[in-house]
Write a protein that binds this ligand. Structure first.
Ligand code: ADP
Ligand code: MG
Length: 256
């Protein structure tokens, strides 16, 4: 057998993508994130669930530095999060984020929404950016809406455009914060299906959602949060059939 020496670069390339170590954050007197340790591997799909106010959104927002942290460390691809400037803009492109409210630019067309970041942050030329935008709009099933403005689309279509816009930046990881919570019921599935496909294509994803069907079928791991802490982490089958903590049992009894 030949010996293979594994360099740090190899380890990074094969494994850990997002690492949070002893992360703490306060909002005034509120200790919103308490000693969060979380590692997400390349290609992994992690679903974060927990009661309202448990810190799920804050957790997501710290990963692309929409929120700063008080203590601890967050690295992406082995590198600490940049503090400011162009490096921060690139981080936000590397960490695609899709919110509950679609947050599209209202005065830009759908196509322009998906082109803009490519040109401004990734310095793509206009023709390439348009080609890529059209391909992505096709991938999420809204190619025919390219020249419309966001308000002319349904919520489900807008959310799929938001996903295309994030994907246009070739993100390393995608964060979804309750992406279907603001949608009418009949539009939830069309968004979940796009997310399912992304997961199958190997995208690294962190998904805050109450859609337990999605968690069961797409997640590699469920992270359960309560009161700013990670209370429990498990494979979905194990978590849903046999939650260990009383907090998780109580939460599941209310939503299932
Ligand atoms: P979740 O997404 O799990 O519902 P959040 O991360 O949104 O939880 O919020 C966790 C707690 O932090 C809540 O009590 C919320 O009111 C509080 N919080 C969130 N954002 C802020 C903020 N910018 N300033 C003060 N308190 C905040
Ligand atoms: Mg939230």
């Amino acid at each position: 057998m030949t010996e293979v020496s594994v360099t740090k670069e190899d380890a990074v390339a094969s494994g850990e993508l997002v690492v949070l170590k002893s992360v703490n954050k306060h909002f005034g007197a509120l200790h919103v994130l308490q000693d969060i340790d979380l590692t997400i591997d390349r290609g992994e799909v992690v679903v974060v669930i927990g009661p309202s106010g448990s810190g799920k959104s804050t957790l997501c927002r710290t990963i692309n530095r929409l929120e700063t942290i008080d203590e601890g460390a967050i690295t992406i691809d082995g590198k600490p999060l940049p503090q400011e400037g162009k490096a921060l803009a690139r981080l936000r492109a590397d960490v695609g984020m899709v919110f509950q409210s679609f947050n599209l630019f209202a005065h830009k067309t759908v196509l322009e929404n998906v082109m803009l970041g490519q040109i401004k942050v990734r310095k793509a030329d206009k023709k390439k950016a348009e080609e890529k935008a059209r391909a992505l709009l096709d991938r999420v099933g809204v190619a025919t809406q390219a020249d419309k403005y966001p308000a002319q689309l349904s919520g489900g279509q807008q959310q799929r455009v938001a996903i295309a816009r994030a994907l246009a930046m070739d993100p390393k990881v995608m964060l979804f914060d309750e992406p279907t919570s603001a949608l009418d019921p009949e539009m939830i599935n069309e968004v979940l299906e796009v997310m399912q496909q992304l997961a199958r294509d190997g995208m690294t994803m962190i998904v805050v959602t109450h859609e337990m069907g999605f968690a069961r079928s797409a997640a590699n791991r469920v992270v359960f949060m309560a009161d700013g802490r990670i209370v429990e982490e498990a494979a979905p089958d194990q978590f849903f059939s046999n939650p260990r903590s009383d907090r998780a049992k109580d939460f599941l009894s209310k939503i299932l």
